[in-house]
Design a protein around this ligand. Structure first.
Ligand code: FES
Length: 119
C-alpha cells in the first residue's frame, strides 16, 4: 500500500483551480474540479514548466506555455505539442478537526491510458 503525505486542506485549493505542493521532493499540482480532487506532476512533459499555472478545464489541466492539455485522471496528453504523459498520484481526503485534508501518495501510479474513477 502506498504511503501518503498530507499536503493541504481542501479550502486551500480553489474550486476550478490548482495548488502547487511538494510531495517527497517532487512538485505536484493538486487540482479541485467538478469530478473531484486530483494530483498530477507539476511539470509539463514538453518543456518542464509549471502546470499549476495553467487552466483547469473539465477534467484536464492546460499547459500555459504551448497549450497541451493533460488528463487529470491518467496524465495523458490530449493534444500536441506534448506527447509524453505526466505522472499522476492517488489522492485521499481525510476529515480531521472539522476540516478536509488532502493527502497524496508519495509515489506516482503507473501510467495507464484507461480512465480511472476518482477514489
Ligand atoms: S511547455 Fe507545456 S506544452 Fe509546451
Amino acid at each position: 500500500m502506498s504511503e501518503f503525505v498530507r499536503v493541504a486542506t481542501l479550502d486551500q485549493v480553489p474550486f476550478g483551480g490548482s495548488l502547487k505542493v511538494t510531495v517527497g521532493n517532487r512538485p505536484v499540482a493538486v487540482v479541485n474540479c467538478d469530478e473531484g480532487v486530483f494530483a498530477i506532476s507539476d511539470l509539463c512533459s514538453h518543456a518542464d514548466v509549471s502546470l499549476s499555472e495553467g487552466e483547469v478545464l473539465d477534467c484536464t489541466i492546460e499547459c500555459w506555455l504551448h497549450g497541451s492539455q493533460f488528463s487529470l485522471r491518467t496524465g495523458a496528453p490530449l493534444g500536441p505539442p506534448a506527447i509524453t504523459p505526466v505522472p499522476t498520484y492517488e489522492v485521499r481526503l481525510i476529515e480531521l478537526d472539522g476540516r478536509t485534508h488532502i493527502e497524496v501518495a508519495l509515489e506516482p501510479r503507473p501510467f495507464s491510458p484507461e480512465e480511472r474513477p476518482q477514489s
